[in-house]
Ligand binder design. Sequence first.
Ligand SMILES: Nc1ncnc2c1ncn2[C@@H]1O[C@H](COP(=O)(O)OP(=O)(O)OP(=O)(O)O)[C@@H](O)[C@H]1O
Ligand SMILES: [Mg+2]
Length: 373
Amino acid sequence: MDNENSSNEKIEIELRQLSKSFKEVVAVDNVNIRIRKGEFFSLLGPSGCGKTTTLRMIAGLETPTSGDIFLEGKNVTYVPAFNRDVNTVFQDYAIFPHMNVYENIYYPLRMKKIPRKNAHDKIINILKLVSMEGFEHRFSNQLSGGQRQRIALARALVNEPKALLLDEPLGALDFKLRVAMQGALKELQTELSMTFVYVTHDQTEAITMSDRIAVMNDGMTHQIGTPDEIYNNPNTAFVASFIGEMNFIKGVVSESRKDTLVVDVFGNKIQCGKNKYDFGNNDKVLVCIRPENVHVNPVKRMKNEIVTKLKRVVFRGNDFEVKTAVQDVDLSAVLDQKGWKRLDKVDADVKMGWDEEDTIVFPMDMTENMIHY
Ligand SMILES: Nc1ncnc2c1ncn2[C@@H]1O[C@H](COP(=O)(O)OP(=O)(O)OP(=O)(O)O)[C@@H](O)[C@H]1O
Ligand SMILES: [Mg+2]
């Protein structure tokens, strides 16, 4: 299901048919990923999908059950962690409490027997890079969570690894700080043009920061692509449901033309474009439409229109979510503040309309247990 275009760009990290089982648990299941040099690459998926295990195998902290790992074309599958030119930052990466910031950052260089006087400029530069100049003499308990993570980053970067592996490094921070650190991390990565492999279960974080994303579920990669490809052109029902918000409507194919599929949804004929799969008449399907593509009481007639009952309007700060239902199908739309004035009371009829290009259709049998609510 990978969606990689062939490119001449240099590959920094390659995972080939990589699997890892812990007794009967298959944590990583035949993963194939090629990460380009200088790329911000994210592993995204729900809890337990195998992100950390994949990252730990790249780092050399876990031995694969089968498959191979290449760093810059060299097979490192059985090379110990300390001989791999990568460094890892974890969510709870604690810096040494008995050393000040300066000594913490010097530590990896000291391990390499680099004399203090030769390391000094490097340490000061790396502190500048993470915007922590002037904090040299502070100890861990005199720093905020975000500052501590910056020092952890500095310590991981000071050895100038080929790639930095980050496992939910911002997970312990509060929302505002997390957003600020996301920006700082992205800037840092661009400035260094270093390969970052970033693990997160937060789709917004992955979408806003990454050049490309591998979406994982149950140890498998469902799609590898740019944030735009993954959002607008999901390969599987799981990706469609995990990334962003989505309406799902079950239906039956009543007509299968070259570019358009007509799907019967309790008597309404829905026209669907942009189909990745071949369908025949009477196939059971799942039609997906993003709420931002649904128009509430459209002024102009649209290709697809369904009359629903208004259930609830949720104010979300920037916009309103309009929740409606028809029979047992929920259908949501997103409206700006102006749009809301046109709506009636709960249980009133609301016409929901959308274009055929804004639908994505998946075969029903591939959606079993795959929709992520
Ligand atoms: N050392 C281990 N022994 C046994 N099972 C393990 C071990 N490490 C991971 N697992 C299992 O492997 C699967 C994948 O775990 P992993 O930690 O890679 O998930 P994750 O995607 O990082 O999840 P989270 O978002 O919660 O961190 C899970 O079912 C987990 O319970
Ligand atoms: Mg994890």
